[in-house]
Ligand binder design. Structure first.
Ligand code: MLT
Length: 265
């Protein structure tokens, strides 16, 4: 569905009713990342999964996409949908960076947080250099977003998933190919400049579920252990047999963790 949010035509999917559960995808993905959650959690929440600007069917806008800007888009989406009730906000990886920014700006709108396959800290100098190289690759007409997609694919999934689940690998590849060049560059520039969310951890006083794949090749599960130590009212679930996309690789286990969390709210 398409809705006007400030300057942006934003696409989103929604299922169910009750407490809103806003699910934010990572880089360079789109809302279909949350397909295994949209229907499965609809009996317990109003599940809303947007495409961030430049992703999926939302409008491609020139970047950079700061995490604050993406959080403002999420806030505008809630306004456009007429949602006044506090929401559970869940973000995967870059979606987690957006979730931290959203909490800093709009804490009154937050009933609980889900942080999946993400981290609080900033990029290392090496990671920043790699982001700049990736921006150059996207701009290079002989490479473009598909070159990044090819490089990222094996790093998004647990080695075992990548080796044994070709259908899932194809599905993730399709998602990666759907991002616009503007979206990719906007994200990379925004992530490069993102602020450190480590000081935010001690400020979070909402129930928080932290989920991480045990075999995440991109972000170490230790990052989630550190967030768990820093957020007072948090619960940590490490999912076996999952890499960077635990909600796709282990949907039943992921959904069970979210269900338990929502029930306890
Ligand atoms: C993501 O999955 O959102 C990104 O890979 C996160 C990152 O590059 O820091």
């Amino acid at each position: 569905m398409r809705i006007r949010c400030r300057d942006l035509g934003m696409n989103y999917e929604e299922r169910g009713s009750g407490r809103p559960l806003l699910l934010i995808h990572g880089y360079p993905l789109n809302h279909t990342l949350w397909e295994p959650q949209l229907d499965a959690l609809a009996d317990q929440a109003r599940v809303i999964a947007p495409d961030l600007r430049g992703h999926g069917q939302s409008e491609p806008m020139p970047g950079p996409y700061s995490m604050d800007l993406l959080a403002d888009d999420c806030n505008a989406l809630l306004d456009a949908l007429g949602i006044t009730q506090p929401v559970v906000m869940g973000g995967l990886s870059m979606g987690g960076y957006v979730t931290f920014a959203f909490y800093r700006k709009y804490a009154a709108r937050v009933a609980g947080l889900i942080l999946a396959a993400t981290r609080a800290g900033v990029d290392s100098p090496e990671a920043k250099t790699n982001r700049l190289k990736a921006i150059e690759l996207v701009r290079d007409p002989t490479q473009g977003p598909s070159a990044i997609a090819q490089m990222m694919l094996p790093r998004l999934l647990a080695p075992q998933t990548y080796a044994t689940r070709p259908e899932l690998v194809k599905q993730v590849h399709r998602i990666l190919l759907s991002v616009s060049p503007e979206g990719m560059i906007g994200d990379l520039m925004g992530m490069l400049e993102r602020p450190d969310s480590t000081p935010t951890l001690a400020q979070i006083d909402r129930p928080t579920l932290i989920v991480h794949g045990a075999d995440d090749p991109l972000i170490s599960p230790q990052e989630s252990q550190a967030m768990h130590a820093g957020i007072k009212n948090s619960r940590l679930v490490i999912l076996p047999g999952a890499g960077h996309l635990p909600n796709l690789e282990q949907p039943e286990l992921f959904n069970e963790a979210v269900r338990d969390f929502l029930r306890a709210l």
